[in-house]
Design a protein. Structure first.
Length: 230
């Protein structure tokens, strides 16, 4: 496949149109970026990364936490670059849908790897220990944004993310894509790979589950203060 790169004196038309100047790529629609990136123009794929980096990072952060979010984001774009030749552009939303599907699968795989690591390594240092005197923290808690750290800091956004991270991946997916990323039902269904009706029923159950967990979290400090007063 012939390629056209910045700095070449032989600028050839692609698909019947002249190659945009480098600065024009940032204003180009996804269809133009995909076509030029598939032809090997590095700047076009770089604009794709810039355009969707924040959204992919946000999804990875919400599903897997801050520690793995950046590595997962880089992994998603590396996978996208490797699969770009096989991507067929259908509409303006399809590039985002395709990238989000890669991201969702990468996050689910990371959650599975993390679960296997926990089974091998045993309980996390941030897990609580129940004794006759009540609940105690382990002596050396880590500094990641785990649920109890989030609760202590009283950061509402992090509390929400912490609850979502502890949910089943099928509930994480619909809450993040629809309620947090603002996707329509049909696009979320395409990202996840299921029917729209399935997305709607999962979202209803996910919202109920989230609300119950949030209510339980909000009641917990009050219960603790009541025990102290007694």
């Amino acid at each position: 496949m012939a390629t056209t790169r910045q700095g070449s004196s032989d600028v050839r038309p692609i698909g019947g149109a002249s190659q945009p100047a480098v600065g024009d790529f940032r204003r180009a629609p996804d269809s133009v970026l995909v076509r030029h990136a598939q032809d090997g123009i590095d700047q076009a794929f770089g604009v794709i990364v810039d355009r969707y980096h924040a959204g992919i990072y946000s999804l990875a952060y919400r599903m897997c936490g801050p520690t793995d979010a950046e590595d997962l984001t880089q992994e998603v774009f590396l996978k996208a670059l490797g699969k770009l030749d096989r991507f067929e552009f259908r509409n303006q939303a399809s590039l985002r849908t395709w990238l989000y599907r890669i991201a969702m699968n990468s996050c689910i795989n990371e959650l599975r790897r993390a679960k296997r690591r926990r089974l091998i390594e045993g309980p996390s240092l941030d897990a609580v220990v129940r004794t006759d005197d009540g609940v105690m923290r382990r002596a050396a808690p880590d500094e990641s944004c785990m649920p109890h750290v989030i609760a202590e800091r009283e950061e509402t956004r992090e509390i929400m993310h912490g609850i979502i991270r502890r949910m089943s991946p099928k509930y994480q997916q619909v809450l993040i894509l629809i309620d947090l990323e603002g996707m329509e039902y049909d696009e979320a269904a395409e990202v996840i790979g299921c029917r729209i009706g399935t997305v709607k029923s999962r979202l209803s159950r996910a919202r109920e589950h989230f609300a119950a967990k949030l209510r339980a979290h909000m009641r917990a400090p009050q219960s603790h203060e009541t025990r102290q007063a007694e």
